[in-house]
Write a protein that binds this ligand. Structure first.
Ligand SMILES: Nc1nc2c(ncn2[C@@H]2O[C@H](COP(=O)(O)OP(=O)(O)OP(=O)(O)O)[C@@H](O)[C@H]2O)c(=O)[nH]1
Ligand SMILES: [Mg+2]
Length: 450
């Protein structure tokens, strides 16, 4: 990232949620803040001091009374001069106050512009800035805790540590390139192989933690699939604790994808109940089956609902899934057999025998889902986004190619280039390398006033 020139314009927005509330806040940031504060207060405000002020319009008419707080640069959220005006939480009053501030030299802020300035001024890195938005949007306690950890820099510090290891290795290899006559010996140095192995272990750990971070943030996406009448809709209803989906003994009851967001001990699950998978001539049902396959491919977890009789044949629906998808086989309707509820971890999937109808064995399924969603992952669990996971997967690919190049072709130049690209991919997480497009995409999804 190139050094950033200070902004010349001053931005303002209503920072509190719309609607009537006890208190409402107008936030202002930029070089005109001292002048705006002076105009509103009638004198220069003391830094970080709560002034009780009468906010007046240009003609001197009272708009509202409230608190005025001034945070001089650089000790503020954005790193610029910041002013916070706390008035009554009325949409009309806040709008008038905002217009008054704009009359005094500010302009309306774009969504996320305060946080974008904080990022550009080095107050937080990109992953931390994203965590601010994720914290505000968090729907579960586990999600909020994880976002807070990322905002505090837990994720960024791990990325930074990985970056340092990567740079150390690159320096080592580039040193070898500088001595061509000894290059092969240099590159065959066991210390390099050792560094590569350590890096791989750290990378795999971080990738796993980041994947869990995405689940904590977005909720675990669970697709329930299987043959008609297996009990998929019954399972959705049981997990949701309400009669969300229609259940009948007619095969082909569910035709569309039915989504339900549920919370299990403060963890969000995004459930999707789908149409029973079968060949059919009914165009509506056929479309339902097509959508069911789509859900299966987008999910973090696929639950295949079946029964003792069809389990082996139905397994085919789990086979062509992407490797990262977690597979669960629910052998349902054990109340009709003499089987007792139990669990088996097999190589193809995690198997559970249960009865949705009687509820026996369902707790084991809930436990498994919580585990997959990252429950009990402890104090250090942080939130992450899909783009971070994609970046780490790129790093992983470059790492694999580096190892290959060193082992097979001994081409130091190529290995160094792979590592340089790995470094770049890693830098995109924290924003060391970032394009305007990426920043635009990230900050435009923020709320106004943040
Ligand atoms: N005995 C028994 N019946 C069950 C159990 N679970 C579901 N059923 C019954 O199986 C039938 C089909 O249930 P659904 O939940 O509609 O099945 P589905 O998989 O959603 O079926 P489609 O939407 O047609 O694909 C209903 O009559 C349920 O009451 C169970 O554990 N035991
Ligand atoms: Mg159904």
């Amino acid at each position: 990232m190139t050094a950033h020139a200070p902004h010349e314009d001053t931005i303002a927005a209503i920072a509190s949620a719309p609607g009537a509330a006890g208190v409402g806040i107008v936030r202002v940031s930029g070089p005109h803040v001292p002048a705006i504060a002076h105009a509103l207060l009638g004198r220069s405000p003391e830094p970080r001091h709560a002034h009780f002020a009468a906010f007046r319009d240009a003609s001197g008419q009272l708009i509202d009374r409230g608190l005025l707080l001034y945070f001089p640069a650089p000790a503020s959220y954005t790193g610029e001069h910041v002013l916070e005006l706390q008035g009554h939480g009325s949409a009309v009053l806040l709008d008038t106050l905002l217009r008054r501030v704009c009359g005094l030299g500010a302009r309306l802020a774009r969504p996320g512009e305060f946080t974008e300035r904080a990022f550009l001024n080095g107050k937080l890195d990109l992953a931390q800035a994203e965590a601010v938005a994720d914290l505000i949007a968090a729907r579960s306690q586990a999600g909020a805790r994880a976002a807070l950890q990322s905002m505090e820099g837990v994720f960024s510090r791990k990325v930074e540590a990985l970056l340092q290891s990567l740079i150390a290795l690159r320096v080592h290899i580039e040193a070898a390139i500088d001595f061509p006559e000894e290059e092969i010996d240099f590159l065959a140095d066991p210390a390099i192989a050792q560094q590569l192995t350590t890096l791989r272990a750290k990378l795999d750990d971080l990738l796993r933690e980041a994947q869990r971070g995405v689940r904590l943030n977005d909720g675990l996406r669970v697709a329930i699939v299987g043959r008609p009448n297996a009990g998929k809709s019954s399972l959705l209803n049981a997990l949701a604790g309400s009669d969300r989906a229609i259940v009948t003994d007619i095969a082909g009851t569910t035709r569309d994808v039915l989504r339900e967001s549920i919370s299990l001990d403060g963890i969000t699950l995004e459930l999707a109940d789908t149409a029973g998978l079968r060949d059919t001539h009914d165009p509506v049902e056929r479309e339902g089956v097509r959508r069911a396959h789509g859900e299966r491919e987008r999910a973090d977890v696929v639950i295949l609902v079946t029964d003792a009789q069809h389990a082996d044949a139905d397994l085919a629906w789990l086979r062509d899934l992407p490797p990262a998808v977690e597979r669960i086989v629910v052998v349902n309707k054990i109340d009709l057999d003499t089987v007792t509820a139990h669990v088996e971890q097999r190589t193809d999937a995690h198997w559970l025998w249960l009865s949705v109808k009687t509820g026996v064995g369902l707790d084991a399924l809930r436990e498994r889902l919580k585990q997959l969603a990252g429950a009990g992952s402890g104090e250090g669990a942080f939130s992450a986004r899909r783009r971070h996971v994609l970046a780490l997967e790129q790093v992983s690919e470059h790492h694999a190619r580096t190892a290959h190049v060193l082992a097979v072709t001994h081409a130091g130049e190529l290995a160094a280039e792979e590592l340089r690209q790995a470094q770049h991919a890693l830098g995109e997480i924290t924003g060391t390398y970032s394009s305007d497009d990426l920043l635009g995409a990230i900050f435009s999804s923020f709320c106004i006033g943040k």
